[in-house]
Each structure stands twice: as C-alpha cells, then as structure tokens.
Write a new protein. Sequence first.
Length: 321
Amino acid sequence: MIGKDFISLFDLEPEDLKDLLSLAVYLKKRRAQGVRESALAGKHLAMLFEKPSLRTRVSFEVGMSELGGHALYISKDEVGLGQREAVEDVARVLSRYVQGIMIRTFAHSNVRKLAESGSVPVINGLCDEAHPCQALADMLTVLEHFGRVDGLRIVFIGDGNNVARSLARACVLLGSSFVLACPEAYAFTERDQAAFGEHWGNSVVQVHDPDRAVAGAHVLYTDVWTSMGQEAERDKRLAAFSGYQINASLLAKADPSVKVLHCLPAHRGEEITAEVIEAPASVVFDQAENRLHAQKAVMRLLMADDRDEVLAAARAEAPIN
Ligand code: CP
Ligand code: NVA
C-alpha cells in the first residue's frame, strides 16, 4: 500500500502504481460524467515552486479544486527554502496549516527532508532526480492508447534525466521494457543502473543509436535537452544531442502505429520538430491533460480519509492487469 508521500516511483510496488492508474481512470470517467467530488473539502495543498511550471501548477490547482479542496501557490522568493528558513522548519510550519505539500525543487534531498520533517503528505512535482507525477500521467496515456501498460517497448530518445528515470521505473513496475537512446555522456549513471537492479540490461537498456532503437517501438518519447537549472550548459548540450531529434525521418523508421510522447514544454526544432508534435502519431496534449487526472488520483489517495473505499471502487471499475 502506498505510504504517506509520493516522492519517487522507486518507493512504490507494482500494485501501488496500478492502484494509482485505476484511480486516475476512475476519476477521469467521473469527471466526464459531471460528478462533483468533495473528498478533499476543507483541505488545503501548499504548492512550493523553486522552478517555473505551466502544467504542474495548473493541474494541481485545478485538481485540488475539483476534489473540493484548495491549493496555494508559493513561489521561490517567498519561502527561500533552506535560505530564509530551514527546510525542516518550513515542513513543520506548513504541517500546521495544510493537509498536503507539493514541491518542485532542485535537490531530491529537499523533497525527502520536507517529508521526514513534516507530518502531512509530500508530493514531488519534479526535482533534478525524478518526475513521478509525469510518469504516472505518461502511463495513463499509454493505457488509453494501447489498452494495456505491460509488454510494450517504450523508447526514450534524449537525456537520461529526471523524466527518463521516472518513466523507466514506471515501465519496470508495470512490465514494459524501456530503452534510453542517448549520447554516451548523458546516459543513466551507475547509481541509476544499480537502482534498476536485475532489470538493468534486461527490460531497461541504454543504446546510442536512435535509428536502431526505434525499431519495434510502441512509444517514442523525448524531453528537452537542457533541463531547468542546466541553462549554462545549453550550447554544449545542443551539440551533444544533435543526432537525437525526433523528426519525420526518425518517425518514418518506426512502426506506423507508434505514438509520440513529450512531457512538455517542448523546444520545437531541438529535441522534436513542430511537424512531429503536430503529426497524427503525437499524443502530447492527451498526455498533458492526463497530468490532471493522475495527480487527482495521488491527492485523493494521500489526502482523503476514505482511501480503502475509493480504491475498492476504482479497482472494480478500472482494473489494471
Ligand atoms: N511537464 C511538466 O512538468 O510541465 P511544467 O514544467 O509546465 O509543469
Ligand atoms: N527535464 C525537464 C522536464 C520539464 C517538465 C526539466 O527538468 O526541466
């Protein structure tokens, strides 16, 4: 059973991720039916942002409101995490006011520290190491387009970054295979490789030739080459990744039924062309929408008082095999 927080998919068991997917499908369907939710009425989510955001900020805020609760946006300059005030103190103070904290920050250790020091659930809305909410929405999108989340070949072309790492772990948990096609200098680290355990070299692999990687792929995925906080490395990264763009020519080498995913924001003309974003194979806006449904599932499970009841309903209505 999923614990107090949602920080990294490496903390989860396969059943936890399947439960979250079931619940996301269930909540998405109820929203389409016009059901008004009230499970988080009277509850508050503090959202701490040390990096910019469109999707994460809006989907958490709207999601919280749709569940009957309220979200507060707190910018980097207001809190000064670890500078104006120790992370531990921020956690303890916020725990007196709100029933959940979402944080987007740099160091993964800040997210852990917040969770250990506070008494309320902490949700990782992206850090340098992980983007678990994104991977949950990604697998919801995959489920909708393929009718399953196991037995698929998901090929990530680009940087072995936070998004790639979380997605690879989601694939491991759900029984799909993950291929990272990247320049050698931007591969998964030895620490990452160890975290994949027996799956490393089997269902999780890395290669350096994108043309060969796309063969047999069900999904082609990419993310920016320069992540937030790496802006000073931009020129070096542009050069290193130049052969790793998802463009029409690469897409033509994949199966015609392949789907293209991107967590967004996209740097059109860098990691992906505008033509591919607009191509019928692209499902990037379904994927962006699914951040809302995925995170509502996370908040519903972590912050509401009726976890067992809602999980039973979701498992019955939308089982994930
Ligand atoms: N994909 C994603 O996390 O988008 P934002 O940075 O806009 O939140
Ligand atoms: N890897 C990107 C993802 C943005 C959603 C970053 O960390 O900036």
